[in-house]
Design a protein around this ligand. Structure first.
Ligand SMILES: *[C@@H]1O[C@H](CO)[C@@H](O)[C@H](O)[C@H]1NC(C)=O
Ligand SMILES: *[C@@H]1O[C@H](CO)[C@@H](O)[C@H](O)[C@H]1NC(C)=O
Ligand SMILES: *[C@@H]1O[C@H](CO)[C@@H](O)[C@H](O)[C@H]1NC(C)=O
Ligand SMILES: *[C@@H]1O[C@H](CO)[C@@H](O)[C@H](O)[C@H]1NC(C)=O
Ligand SMILES: *[C@@H]1O[C@H](CO)[C@@H](O)[C@H](O)[C@H]1NC(C)=O
Ligand SMILES: *[C@@H]1O[C@H](CO)[C@@H](O)[C@H](O)[C@H]1NC(C)=O
Ligand SMILES: *[C@@H]1O[C@H](CO)[C@@H](O)[C@H](O)[C@H]1NC(C)=O
Length: 447
């Protein structure tokens, strides 16, 4: 309930030149690293490639990021612990008994905090590890893909992606401890400890995993064995935290988008450490538990419909469901996209319902575009025989083929093309070869 603030989709970081898309932060995204590494992109994706190069540069402007940059230390006394404050909670110092005004840090500890739904306490952003992590995850994702579009073993993009990961997760001076003990913590005497909703703060680890898999599989010179080993060690510790700590387990049992995103993280991290059976078990558990009750007979997502911003939450959970389907498909569960709920509905049914919602009717017009990556994904996987999905995208965003998501949601045209350093370099490849590779990918994507 209180965690939606981090999902603000239209994170306008930079506006580039004419016809180029402003950087937006997709709710979550797992891109098949084998598809990116194979590099057989159609010339119909040139604009999307150009945008990826732009977003890689734009997203780097604020970097690098580290939990050690925050100005307040968590209750553990360890600046390396990730920390965020629940945003809808406000202090009430009426009964504290003070005779003079209290300083902020005293208020945070002494005054009881009360919940005011939807009312954002601006001082919650004095600590912004969650914003830093979201920015990091996008920078790492787009820089890794931007590098993969080149044919060099190193590029400024791969250097940026590698160093951002190293600084956030690995360097002794700046690393984050592998726990979320103080995520979305409440303040006041009854607070000072993280809540299960805070586990959502790291949902975009999926983007980081995508990036690392690309750097690793395409043998990036900047991604060293030492870094890879360090990241595997960090991930194993954090997986243990996710699978054993009560707050993490509570998030894993959340029936709504919180639960769906928990499985995103856990499955992606198991893929990173090479535990494909474990990842398969995670996605299978999701599709047999929460998913069974998330999509009603008409395609509505009842648990998201009940929220303050139903358009946003429908789109948000759809992105998480699709990410679970992509992760499952990557580790061999090609049926994931076809799983049906207790009401015999599926991801496509959920999208079709979401398309009937009016964002404006619930004062959510600023969230309209949040659905677009999911529309592209469903059109790609299930097909779009009557052009309904393409028409919806065109109406909302005429330039949607310039969005990065278009790169991994469209079949390549006969001519495969690579963008390199902003300049498109045409690479004619044998169509038979491309078709062959795509057939292999079809298994992975199961469309
Ligand atoms: C892609 O390449 C094909 C074949 O060379 C060409 O006919 C088509 O116009 C190209 N499309 C774009 C968008 O460049
Ligand atoms: C603050 O707490 C006092 C005492 O519990 C209560 O009477 C008062 O209504 C509260 N004020 C607000 C704004 O919640
Ligand atoms: C107690 O501290 C609070 C928070 O600084 C302040 O609003 C309030 O006026 C203080 N009470 C007195 C009697 O100064
Ligand atoms: C590849 O990257 C290295 C290091 O940045 C650079 O020295 C070299 O010129 C690049 N090669 C090409 C073909 O761009
Ligand atoms: C699969 O996941 C369940 C719970 O999510 C767990 O109890 C079980 O041990 C897992 N099995 C394997 C083989 O990992
Ligand atoms: C099917 O959807 C209805 C709402 O349309 C809901 O009340 C019911 O619990 C759902 N059934 C299952 C098995 O999830
Ligand atoms: C998913 O369902 C479609 C339509 O029923 C079918 O054509 C396709 O083979 C199924 N895919 C998988 C991987 O089960």
């Amino acid at each position: 309930m209180r965690s939606s603030y981090i999902s603000i989709f239209l994170l306008l970081l930079a506006l580039s030149g004419d016809g180029v898309q402003a950087l937006t932060s997709y709710a979550n995204e797992f891109v098949n690293p084998d598809f990116i590494v194979a590099g057989l992109f159609g010339n119909n994706t040139l604009q999307a490639q150009t945008t990826i190069l732009e977003w890689a540069a734009d997203s780097s402007k604020e970097g690098p990021w580290s939990v050690t940059k925050k100005v307040f230390v968590p209750p553990s006394g360890d600046i390396h612990d990730f920390m965020s404050w629940s945003p809808y909670w406000w202090p009430n110092c009426t009964r504290v008994g003070n005779t003079t005004a209290l300083g902020p840090t005293t208020i945070w500890k002494k005054c009881p905090y009360v919940f005011r739904d939807g009312q954002f306490n601006p001082d919650a952003r004095l600590i912004d590890d969650v914003g830093s992590f979201q920015a990091l995850s996008d920078a790492v994702l787009y820089n890794a893909i931007a590098w993969a579009l080149t044919s060099n073993t190193s590029s400024p993009s791969s250097m940026a992606a590698s160093s951002y990961i190293k600084i956030w997760f690995l360097d002794p001076a700046t690393r984050m401890n592998p726990n979320l003990n103080y995520a979305q913590m409440k303040r006041g005497p009854a607070g000072q400890i993280g809540s299960h909703t805070g586990v959502l703060d790291l949902k975009c680890l999926v983007k980081v995993v995508t990036a690392i898999m690309i750097l690793r599989k395409k043998k990036c010179a900047d991604w060293t064995t030492e870094m890879d080993d360090g990241m595997n060690a960090w991930t194993r510790q954090y997986i243990t935290w996710l699978e054993t700590m009560p707050v993490a387990l509570a998030e894993g049992h959340a029936p709504n988008n919180h639960g769906t995103f928990y499985y995103n993280q856990l499955a992606a991290l198991k893929i990173l450490v090479g535990d494909f059976n474990g990842a398969l078990n995670v996605t299978d558990t999701y599709f047999k538990s929460q998913y069974m009750h998330q999509i009603a007979a008409d395609g509505e997502q009842p648990l998201e419909a009940a929220r303050t911003r139903p358009y946003h939450y429908h789109a948000y959970n759809l992105a998480a469901m699709i990410t679970n389907a992509r992760l499952a498909a990557y580790v061999g569960d090609g049926s994931a996209w076809n799983r049906t709920t207790g009401n015999r509905t599926d991801i496509k049914t959920a999208l079709d319902f979401a398309l009937t919602l009016s964002a404006a009717a619930t004062h959510e017009a600023s969230y309209t575009a949040e659905l677009y990556p999911s529309i592209a994904a469903v059109a790609f996987v299930y097909g779009d025989p009557d052009g309904k999905y393409a028409a919806f995208l065109t109406a909302g965003e005429p330039d949607y083929t310039a969005e990065p998501y278009y790169l991994w949601n469209v079949a390549p045209t006969v001519t495969a093309t690579k963008a390199y350093s902003g300049a498109a370099v045409l690479n004619i490849v044998n169509w038979a070869l491309a078709a062959c590779v795509m057939a292999g990918l079809q298994y992975a994507f199961s469309f």
